[in-house]
Design a protein around this ligand. Structure first.
Ligand SMILES: [Fe+2]
Ligand SMILES: [Fe+2]
Length: 204
């Protein structure tokens, strides 16, 4: 958590906590076993940790990003992986497993093929060789997209339910069941969240 607070960017810190809870709930709903649930929760918490290496002026920009700025943003999944890969042969091996999930958290969007290495051009295929990591990264991607759509960002407002559903159904390329499960959650919690964050009214 301390590392997350190193991101001087409240959107990232707060959304990481929400995504962690969302993705654990998704894991429960899909009968994921306990060790994988732990990894899922950690991956939710740390999925954007690579943004500690992204210039703050890019994270805080409230207008469209330039092509060069997108190149920097798109490094964060790989940077996150690089930060945790050293735990592979350590007692904290779980952080290495976490890295293998978080590295793919933008790969399940229609245009989300992020580079696997900062010096390799944008890839055009998802990582599909590890069934466990694929399942977990699909859930993580769904939770991350859902959170990004339901909450305001520096460059956008929170979207109403209909827009969230439309975008998720169009842009999310993982298991559509996860979208259905997340949308069910939106209905239950939107009123409370609207109050908490003083957002515009969200249509139920
Ligand atoms: Fe991300
Ligand atoms: Fe995120």
């Amino acid at each position: 958590m301390g590392m997350l607070r190193d991101i001087p960017h409240p959107d990232t810190f707060e959304s990481s906590q929400r995504v962690s809870k969302l993705v654990i709930d998704l894991g429960f709903a899909n009968a994921i076993e306990s060790q994988k649930l732990r990894i899922l929760g950690l991956a939710g918490l740390f999925h954007d940790i690579g943004k500690t290496r992204t210039p703050l002026k890019i994270l805080m920009k409230d207008g469209p990003l330039s092509d060069e700025e997108w190149v920097d943003i798109k490094k964060h999944p790989r940077d996150g992986f690089d930060m945790f890969k050293g735990f592979k042969d350590s007692p904290l091996h779980i952080l290495y497993e976490t890295a293998r999930v978080l590295v793919a958290h933008h790969e399940w969007k229609s245009e989300g093929y992020y580079p696997r290495s900062s010096d390799i051009p944008v890839e055009t295929e998802r990582r599909t060789h590890d069934a466990d990591a694929v399942l977990s990264s699909q859930m993580l991607a769904a939770a991350d997209m859902f959170d990004a759509l339901c909450y305001p960002r520096v460059y956008k407002k929170a979207f109403p339910y209909e827009t969230v559903e439309l975008i998720l159904r169009k842009d999310y390329k993982g298991n559509p069941l996860y979208v259905t499960q997340l949308l069910g959650r939106f209905n239950k919690s939107s009123q409370q969240r609207t109050k908490q964050l003083n957002l515009e009214a969200i249509t139920e």
